[in-house]
Every structure is written in C-alpha cells, then in structure tokens.
Design a protein around this ligand. Structure first.
Ligand code: GLV
Ligand code: MN
Ligand code: MN
Length: 406
C-alpha cells in the first residue's frame, strides 16, 4: 500500500494511455496475446504486487488480484485490457484502473472488508482477434470449452493455442473455476457506449440488462472472371449478393428498431480488375429480445438467399456466437442504484456485450456501473470520458464495494 494514494487514478490512467495507441488515428490496437495487451497485463501484475494483492492466474491468462480479508466468496470488480481494432482508450481499461483506485480509496479510509475483494482482468473480451467475444470469462466460467476454443484462428490463420504459446504461455487445458462459490458478486465499471447519461445530465449510471446479440458469418461464392470482358448479364458476382445483404440488414434493423452491422468484409482475390470469387462478411446483430434477434437474422438471411439465387451465387450462413438476453440481478442493481449517498443513479439497458453478462448468465449475481461518455462514441478513437466523471466513477465503485463487502 505504501506510496499508493486514493487520488492516484490519474497517475494510473496516464500509465495506460500510451500503450497500444497508434499515431495515425489516435486509436488503440490491444489484441489478446499481442505486445500491447501483454504490456498492460505486466502492468496489472506490477499494480497487484505494489498493493500486496494475491494474484491468481488461470491457464488462459485471466487474472484476479485478491485483497484477502474476512471469509467467503469474494466481491469482485474489474474489466478487460484488450481493445477492438482501432478502439478507444476507455472500453475495458477504465474498469480495471477504477477498480485498483477504488481498492486504494477503501484501504486509505481504513475499511476492513468482511469478505475478500478481487480485481479481475479477463482476456479477449472483445473477440477482436479470435472472433468469440468474452472468451476469457466464457472459459473461466465453463460457458465455452477449451476443446471448442483452442481451434479458433485469427485473421492470419494463427490458432489460439499457437498465439498463446508465442506469448510465452505453457498451453494447457484451462479448467473452469469461476462460479458463485468463488465470486459472491461481480461489478464491472465501464465507459458508457451511448449518450443516455449525457442526455440525463448524470455522471454515473447502473446497467439493467444487456440486449441479446450475435455474430454471423456469411460466405458467398461466385464465379471469378474478367472485370472488362465479362458482360454484366453473364456475371455471378458475390459482391452484389453481399451489397444487397448489407442494405437489407440496415433496412430490417431500422424498421424493427434493432441493430445490424456489417463491419468486417473480406473478398477474394481482392483484385480491382476481377469479378471476385468469394466474399465473406460478418453480421453483428443486436435486438431487445431473443425472439426479435432470431427473427431479424432469419429475415436478413432469407433476403440474402433470394439475392444469391438471382445472382447465381451460393450462400452459407454460420452463427459464430450468440449471446442471449441478460437481465442483471435486480436486487443488486437496486441496491447499487438506490442506496448510494448522493441520490439515485439512473438505471439503463445496454446493447453492448460484457464479461459481466457472461458471469450473470452463469449464475454469478452481476452488476455494471457506467461512466458518462460525452461523445457517446465507442469502439473508436473518439471514445472519451472526462476526468471528473472518471473520479465520480471511482467513488461510486468504492461506495458499492464497501456496501457489498461489509
Ligand atoms: C463488446 O464491446 C461488444 O459489445 O461487442
Ligand atoms: Mn468493454
Ligand atoms: Mn467493447
């Protein structure tokens, strides 16, 4: 504890800020098992050691730094240190730095927890490298098996276990260990990924639920041919099938008040003067209910198949991951939102996925605190939170931990 003061959140933040940032956009590339993410992981290990916290690490690299005190399953808070490609500074690291600062604040005021308090970091939350979001918390809680995970490949064809070995891991079968017998509850602080708190004029909010969401791969094959000599009516162009599918996804989601995005597309052979042989595109879809999600994806797929039939292309659709609706623990959210000292915090739903959602679905009572984001923008270099709001978040988290661990 020596040398670590409660107002050191700003210092912690300054240490994190340059890691993995590129000068071209100002965004972050912190892919799991890559250099920047490993540097942040080493930083976390140092922070745990500087505080005398007991570090537990599983075979996948997920970490919990324990402030051992009292008895029983712990109250755990934390987030992730990986980012999407060209992401923002706050999504993930804000929750980790705030957790460390909240522990500092509680210790400096002499709080003695009645149960252990843990600060966690889960690996590959974004699924930006291996395609499956929240992979670390899924493996830790048994929601995904190592048998299914180890064969996942990144976009360069590197298998998950190969990436881990290159990062210095002795790859072994990570056994699930996380449940309500280890975590009495989990609280994740996160930058808000929309503008609800801005509109409400509040610095901090509490999550009520996560919309169901999924990732679906569309593989479209056509006939590669010459871009000049092939008459338009003779083509079997998978790019057209894809283009119409992207328009259909946008229209269907708008009509239904839901969300659908094609953010990643690969085309082969990616040649300017050739009709492509194939297009692979990933749909990210999110809806208010599981039924709405299924019906939105069915409708987009139906329209893609119709168009493929007209284009003379072939379509295969593969769901790569689907996460059902998550309702956070109502009592926990109410306790956090209503009992705090300065008035009720607003309770908001979110369309973003989080490790807290995985833990909740696996039976660990979970909650989230959101910190206002003035741009409302996330998964982008423009993601932001003002320092006074970050400090309000640290206070809110410390207050919450104190209540839950008393
Ligand atoms: C994670 O941030 C997601 O919602 O995709
Ligand atoms: Mn996140
Ligand atoms: Mn994210």
């Amino acid at each position: 504890m020596e040398g670590i003061l409660p107002d050191h959140f700003e210092d912690l933040w300054r240490e994190l800020e340059p890691v993995g940032r590129v000068t071209s956009s100002g965004g972050y590339f912190r892919q799991p098992f890559g250099a920047a993410e490993r540097e942040l992981d080493a930083w976390f290990v140092e922070q745990a050691a500087a505080r005398g916290l007991r570090l537990e690490t599983d075979a996948f690299g997920n970490r919990v730094a324990w402030w051992d005190s009292g008895s029983g399953p712990g109250v755990v808070t934390g987030s992730h240190l990986d980012s999407v490609l060209d992401g923002g500074a706050y999504d993930g690291p804000l929750g980790v730095a705030s957790a460390l600062a909240a522990v500092d604040a509680l210790r400096s005021r002499g709080f003695v927890p009645a149960r252990p308090i843990g600060v966690s970091v889960f690996v590959e939350e974004e699924g930006s490298r291996f395609g499956l979001a929240c992979l670390g918390s899924r493996l830790a809680s048994g929601a995904t098996t190592w048998g299914d995970a180890r064969a996942l490949r990144d976009r360069h064809g590197v298998r998950l276990d190969e990436a881990m070995a290159s990062a210095g891991f002795e790859v072994e079968d990570p056994q699930p260990w996380l449940g309500s017998d280890t975590f009495s509850c989990f609280v994740e602080l996160h930058v808000e990924q929309g503008r609800d708190l801005v509109d409400r004029g509040e610095a901090v909010g509490v999550a009520s639920r996560i919309w169901p969401h999924g990732r679906y791969r569309f593989d479209i094959s056509g006939q590669p041919n010459h871009a000049g000599t092939t008459r338009m009516e003779d083509r079997h162009d998978p790019m057209l099938t894809y283009a119409m599918t992207a328009l259909a996804a946008n229209k269907q989601a708008r009509v239904a008040g839901q969300r659908a995005t094609f953010g990643r597309v690969e085309t082969a052979p990616n040649s300017t003067n050739s009709v492509p042989s194939g297009v692979t595109a990933w749909l990210d879809a999110r809806c208010e209910t599981d039924e709405a999600l299924a019906s939105l994806v069915d409708e987009i797929t139906r329209q893609a198949r119709d168009r493929a039939a007209r284009d003379g292309t072939t379509l295969t659709m593969t769901p790569e991951s689907v996460s059902g609706a998550v309702a956070f623990d109502v009592d926990l959210a109410r306790r956090i939102a209503a009992d705090h000292e300065t008035g009720a915090w607003p309770v908001l739903p979110t369309q973003a996925g989080h490790d807290a959602g995985i833990l909740s679905a696996q039976g660990v009572p979970s909650a989230m605190l959101f910190v206002r984001n003035p741009t409302g923008v996330s998964h982008s270099p423009a993601e932001h939170a003002e320092m006074p709001d970050c400090l309000a978040g640290v206070d809110a988290l410390a207050e919450t931990l104190e209540r839950l661990a008393s």
